[in-house]
Design a protein around this ligand. Sequence first.
Ligand SMILES: Nc1nc2c(ncn2[C@@H]2O[C@H](COP(=O)(O)OP(=O)(O)OP(=O)(O)O)[C@@H](O)[C@H]2O)c(=O)[nH]1
Ligand SMILES: [Mg+2]
Length: 359
Amino acid sequence: MRVGIIGLGQSGKSSIFYSMTGQPLEPPSGKPRRRLGRATVPEPRVDLVAKLDESKKITYPEIVFIDPEGFPADVAKSLSAEMLGMVRNADFLALVIRAFPAPAVMHPSGSVDGARDIEICFGDLIIQDLAVLEIRHKKVLKEYERGKKDLTRELKAIEKSMALLGEGKFLRKGDLADIDKMQLETYELLTMKDGIIVWNVDENAEFGSGGRGIPEDIKGKCDEYGWGAGAASLAIETEIMEMDPVDRKEFLDDLRIEKTIQDRFLTAVYKRLGLITYFTGGPKEAAARPIPTGTTAFNAAGKVHGDIQRGFIRAEVMSFIDLEELGSVDAVRKAGKYRLEKKEYIVQDGDIIHFRFNV
Ligand SMILES: Nc1nc2c(ncn2[C@@H]2O[C@H](COP(=O)(O)OP(=O)(O)OP(=O)(O)O)[C@@H](O)[C@H]2O)c(=O)[nH]1
Ligand SMILES: [Mg+2]
């Protein structure tokens, strides 16, 4: 799972990247580049799975963050094609919007106006998708006119999408049929992706909407485009990262912050992408594996290893709740709660699966 961070110059992109991955801010390299970092999702259930299986290694779910870096701040008044290219293969976008005044930090547009910046950034996502679709349209049309009539659907999907973008709509919110969306799947269109606006507020702001909260109209705007929105002070979050755990707890209590941006953000990504977690265990490794809701046992197997999918026989499944309650795999078996499932079985959150396969 990959999350692409985007935003205007000096909006707080590298600050949130630091809060999520622990990779500190670096002096600007002067050249645009992609920084990659990993965040581990807290998942205490895998600890119990590992304990019962005496696994040597525990693997927690991970989310990779992409921080496009090195764009000269004074020209980053909009999202450049180069920056957006760096997050094209992300599954989810985080758009950082500056709402903190801090006169010492320059704003590429000269003034702090979050609503304006969202307008600009959403517009840039639309422009980039239009550019991609225009190129595709030319190519597909040419082949279609040469007689490749099986391209009719794809051509229609492209044209419909271009019209929607032309009206200023995001493709995820436009009335594209599923079949059209399928035609465009490989294009990695930005406005098809889900995302969240991170409203980066002043560290001294008061609580509530317009202060340390997210203004109602901004929230409304995000709804309209099918995105989520949340407020955070990335300056405070950066400070939290630098503390040892004991001080951290006290600091959070003092500021009446219940959860850090890391907790909040990772939970939100899971929810919005409809991810659930299942587990595999064994003496070598116990792993928590995120998958989209509705994934079959067969496809889940494929994510562990191609061989396991190819040679799939059955999935042995028990649920984490039963294991926790009954205390051992044997007890789960005795209670008749250890099941054998076929390829088509839809994996549930908390399933502990042992794949039987033969290659
Ligand atoms: N006062 C204040 N400063 C902040 C806040 N968030 C970020 N900053 C500062 O703003 C500057 C830019 O933050 P970065 O996280 O580097 O922003 P960026 O979007 O990665 O910047 P570029 O990569 O240069 O486009 C840094 O000096 C931060 O310390 C905030 O909430 N309050
Ligand atoms: Mg940066």
